[in-house]
Design a protein around this ligand. Structure first.
Ligand SMILES: Cc1cc2nc3c(=O)[nH]c(=O)nc-3n(C[C@H](O)[C@H](O)[C@H](O)COP(=O)(O)O)c2cc1C
Length: 345
């Protein structure tokens, strides 16, 4: 019998040749203008050829103002960047696989030195060391987004989604996780009750839905933050359920539930994927976190009721993941820093 992760399926309106998704993974190797390169086209097409059922790109910044998170991050903030991305969508499609672009606004998690002043839900700075430069986030000033900033960032997401769709992407995923701007709004206790925290994320989701009526729209959801791995929502399980329902009501076709370990129960005794599944039974789900082998993927699919699973570190360390499993060869372990190696697949 074919293993569950190798079976064909669907994700919303997309048909998948199998249930394995290349998770969004920032490699930070665009050129200095945020233009994606030919090496990136070869890299994404290589994953498609290797067998993954769906490619989700690394996080792509949406506007030229404050959205950029990393040095050498690719953007889709203008027509020139969009044209370069069209080559990548074409290369993945030529390899026979669908592709979503992940759209991101950095918020207060922009690398120190990238912006004179980052934009956040409040003036609060991120904690600890920045991911790419290892400089203290505390070095980077943050300004609380006002009404005109919010209007501009919502428009930034909508325009970016329109460009991505016109460039040939099958849809977009909004980076609503890990403390970047959208998740920052969702989790910022200083903004008050959940309804207030949902205001900007839902405005972005609705605007993107309107800008891209026929593309697949995914939302990447996590509890943990880049600068707070232990974060738990103040309202626990009920809050997660309310967030999931609100995202789907505002137009999300897919919830991409991302954790450090997909099969680990949260403090309320259930995995995040399971809780989301029960809250929005009709929404397509991708489960993510700590999955390495084919058996891990099958266990996550069986447990969480997800349509697909996504892998980041296992596919980074093993661009030939499918071939290794087919041929019974051992998988390589991920080592921190692999993302900085030249792109290969
Ligand atoms: C090198 C690297 C880069 C990442 N970049 C992104 C990103 O651009 N967007 C995103 O949503 N998640 C990003 N993530 C998180 C992964 O998508 C994933 O949620 C996380 O690594 C857990 O999955 P895994 O155990 O399969 O690695 C990144 C992870 C790694 C290891």
């Amino acid at each position: 019998m074919t293993a569950a992760h190798l079976q064909a399926g669907t994700l919303g309106a997309l048909r998948l040749a199998n249930r394995i998704v290349l998770a969004p993974m920032s490699r930070m190797q665009a050129d200095e203008d945020g233009l994606p390169t030919q090496a990136m086209a070869d890299y994404y097409a290589g994953y498609a050829r290797s067998g993954v059922g769906l490619v989700i790109t690394e996080a792509v910044y949406t506007d030229a103002a404050h959205s950029r998170a990393y040095f050498r991050q690719p953007g889709i903030a203008d027509a020139r960047q969009a044209r370069a991305w069209a080559r990548i969508a074409g290369a993945v499609h030529a390899a026979g696989r669908p592709v979503l672009m992940q759209l991101q606004h950095a918020g207060r998690l922009a690398e120190p030195g990238l912006h004179a002043c980052a934009l956040g839900p409040t003036e609060a700075r991120a904690m600890g060391l920045a991911w790419q430069t290892q400089r203290p986030y505390a070095e980077a000033p943050v300004r609380a987004a006002g009404a005109s900033d919010i209007e501009a960032l919502v428009r930034g997401f909508a325009d970016a989604a329109r460009r991505a769709r016109a460039a040939g992407f099958d849809g977009v995923e909004l980076h609503g996780a890990r403390g970047y701007l959208l998740d920052g709004f969702l989790s910022e206790s200083a903004l008050g009750h959940l309804e207030a925290r949902l205001r900007v994320p839902l405005a972005v989701l609705r605007a993107v839905r309107e800008a891209m009526p026929d593309g697949l729209l995914s939302w990447n959801l996590s509890l943990y933050k880049m600068d707070d791995y232990r974060y738990q929502p103040p309202g626990g399980r009920a809050e997660i359920e309310a967030i999931a329902r609100a995202l789907v009501a505002a137009g999300a076709d897919v919830l991409h539930v991302t954790t450090r370990r997909a099969l680990r129960a949260e403090p309320w005794g259930e995995t995040l994927a399971r809780t989301v599944r029960e809250a929005v039974p009709d929404c397509a789900l991708i489960a993510n976190g700590g999955l390495h082998s084919g058996e891990d993927c099958d266990a996550a699919l069986a447990h969480g009721g997800a349509q697909a699973v996504s892998l980041a570190r296992a596919l980074l360390a093993n661009p030939d993941w499918f071939a290794r499993l087919r041929e019974g060869r051992a998988l390589r372990a991920y080592a921190p820093g692999m993302e900085a190696a030249p792109l290969s697949c």
